[in-house]
Unconditional design. Structure first.
Length: 209
């Protein structure tokens, strides 16, 4: 289904792609599976095709924008607003514009019973810490796609650790962390995940072993 979804968007048939996802959900496919088994592999393939000059930047942005629009249409099925729940904050570091991964992480936390605060792309470290403090967040999830932003990830981890100590779990994720699965340790985080569902599991046990 991921390849069919991607092919549909490469052909710029966004209404057909939207209908495909909505029909799958109406047919019983969980939104988490849509994220993990359709959106994530499709967007990874978009990145690969862009790297080998098979897709343009405009095509990449179009496919990403349509995917985010579909995610927004799914939100009434995700957000419940029930009672007091554990709280998390998800963000991209300052300068990082690839935000879909962080958004998927926040949504998967929401689907797992958390109250998620998704801050979006390009967020200064001090603002992330302030939001986490205000929200009394138990988890901060930080995303970076480009290796050039790893210094900013480390800076945010350091600031968050100084503010919260060990009482807040700090997770990092994105392409560099999928390549080097011990990178999170070097930056002082509590763990890293290959996908959004794994991020929730790691957070609920307080970090990677």
């Amino acid at each position: 289904m991921a390849q069919r979804y991607l092919n549909t968007l490469i052909a710029r048939r966004r209404h057909e792609a939207t209908a495909m996802i909505m029909e799958a959900v109406d047919g019983g496919m969980s939104i988490e599976n849509i994220y993990l088994d359709v959106f994530q592999p499709a967007l990874w393939e978009v990145g690969r095709l862009w790297q080998i000059d098979r897709l343009t930047i405009a095509q990449e942005h179009y496919i990403t924008a349509v995917t985010q629009a579909i995610m927004s249409q799914l939100y009434p099925r995700i957000f419940r607003g029930d009672g007091h729940r554990r709280t998390m904050v998800a963000c991209c570091v300052s300068g990082e514009l690839h935000e879909v991964g962080a958004r998927m992480v926040a949504d998967c936390f929401e689907m797992s019973g958390w109250d998620s605060h998704y801050l979006g792309a390009n967020i200064p470290a001090s603002d992330v810490v302030d939001m986490a403090l205000s929200a009394e967040a138990e988890v901060i999830a930080i995303s970076a796609t480009l290796t050039t932003h790893l210094g900013l990830v480390e800076d945010l981890v350091t600031k968050a650790r100084k503010q919260f100590g060990s009482k807040t779990t700090i997770l990092v994720g994105g392409y560099p962390f999928n390549i080097d699965q011990d990178l999170w340790r070097k930056l002082g985080a509590d763990g890293s995940a290959q996908n959004a569902a794994e991020a929730v599991m790691i957070a609920e046990r307080g970090g990677c072993p």
